[in-house]
Write a protein that binds this ligand. Structure first.
Ligand SMILES: *Cc1c(COP(=O)(O)O)cnc(C)c1O
Length: 419
């Protein structure tokens, strides 16, 4: 059973002040999650989480994570800029981009972010830039190809993934970087997304730790860090069991001892770039029911749409829905819950069993704190919603206002839209 982090009474108060729809975040939950992660990896002295900015690019949220000791993982110029303006030092930034423009490499270098190269070819690309000096520390992204399986279950398909480089390229890449004056080296790999198992990170870590030994043998380089990246998922469905980060930390520690410690490597730092795991459960999309409609199915039309949360339309992803105040009522009705886009895939839920809904009811759409607001768009000239932080002291704070028509028109230079 999934329980919202706000009650109906709290929502009534909130919606009296802030019009729906909006994304709501739970500061307490975010802090607890960050602390649980830090505790799970406290055995590793250099451990650091670089929060994947793309999951929730909202300064107030990034600040909370910063206070909890996290850095940021960026993949674009503006993500770097946003992180810088939010108060992160370059040394707290990982730049894990791909298909990267020259200017972005230069900016990352300039501000001191750690550059994680996605492609072997990028080494030569950087060499040809007249005004790029190789930094002291660099990282390379590995893709082993094949499928990533756990037991008999295929988790993901690295062979088809555009990310990372082959093992031969990786080893040659470290040699090349060494010749170019780089002194410290890291390795990064992201092999399966949204895993709901405590075994993904330990398995990935084991594989990368063994590769670290091979790299040492082939190149003489002892890696400074291994970046396990993202991929620890959340239980979007109520019947799924949530990941246990303490167990995951222990699993990685065991692999570390078996592979690295046993071979005399003690100071290798573990980095993570978690986005979804850190934030998804600590955000709700709050939306109000505008209309009920009955044709061949029963429809609940709400004031949010796929522009506020793209995952159901894009991936057919499941997001749990609670009808505020009806938590204990029986799910007697079958509904499609829709937004207002002129697109039939604009459905937050299809054929979902829910309690009987009335116009004006508030719906809580769960697990929208990561890859929710950030994937938003403006199709049908729909505007982005507000984001609100439920602070630890119980007060709500507007951390991003909703867009206005003038925001939509702001890039249309030469037209005089008065609004
Ligand atoms: C998206 C991404 C992440 C975060 O992934 P989650 O599934 O949100 O944990 C981390 N690192 C890189 C390079 C990414 O692209």
């Amino acid at each position: 059973m999934k329980v919202p982090f706000v009650t109906k009474a709290e929502l009534d108060q909130l919606t009296a002040e802030f019009p729906t729809p909006f994304h709501l975040y739970d500061e307490r939950g975010i802090r607890q999650k960050a602390r649980a992660l830090q505790a799970a990896f406290a055995w590793n002295e250099g451990f650091k989480e670089y929060f994947a900015v793309k999951a929730t690019p909202t300064p107030a949220i990034l600040k909370i994570l910063h206070e909890e000791g996290c850095g940021v993982d960026c993949a674009s110029y503006v993500e770097l800029l946003l992180s810088q303006k939010t108060g992160f030092d370059g040394s707290e930034m990982m730049f894990s981009s791909n298909d990267t423009p020259a200017e972005e490499f230069k900016f990352a270098k300039e501000i001191g972010a750690t550059i994680n190269l996605d492609a072997y070819e990028h080494i030569q690309f950087l060499e040809t830039l007249s005004d790029f000096e190789f930094p002291e520390t660099m990282s390379l992204r590995y893709n082993p190809g094949g499928v990533f399986a756990m037991g008999t279950k295929i988790m993901d398909n690295p062979e088809e993934s555009k990310f990372g480089m082959t093992k031969a390229q990786l080893i040659q890449g470290f040699k090349d970087l060494q010749n170019l004056g780089v002194k410290k080296f890291g390795m990064h790999s992201f092999l399966a997304s949204n895993t709901v198992t405590n075994d993904y990170y330990p398995k990935l870590a084991h594989q990368l730790f063994e590769l670290a030994l091979e790299i040492r043998q082939e190149t003489g380089i002892t890696l400074d860090f291994i970046n396990l990246s993202g991929g620890i998922g959340v239980n979007y469905r109520p019947e799924e069991e949530a990941n246990d980060i303490a167990k995951i930390g222990q699993g990685v520690q065991k692999a570390y001892q078996e592979v690295l410690s046993a071979n005399g490597i003690e100071n290798l730092k573990i980095y993570t770039e978690l986005g979804r795991f850190m934030l998804a459960p600590h955000g709700h999309l709050i939306t109000r029911v505008l209309h009920l409609k009955e044709t061949y199915r029963k429809y609940v039309g709400v004031d949010a749409s796929a522009v506020n949360l793209m995952r159901p339309a894009f991936y057919d992803a499941y997001h749990h829905i609670t009808v505020a105040g009806k938590e204990n009522e029986k799910a007697t009705e079958i509904y499609d819950v829709t937004g207002s886009l002129c697109e039939n895939n604009d459905k937050f839920a299809k054929q979902r069993a829910l309690p009987e809904i009335q116009e004006g009811d508030l719906l809580v759409i769960h697990d929208t704190g990561a890859h929710g607001f950030s994937m938003g768009y403006q199709y049908n000239a729909k505007l982005r919603s507000a984001e609100i932080l439920l602070q630890e002291n119980g007060e709500a704070r507007l951390i991003r206002r909703a867009e206005k028509p003038s925001d939509y028109f702001a890039t249309l230079d030469g037209f005089d839209f008065i609004c």
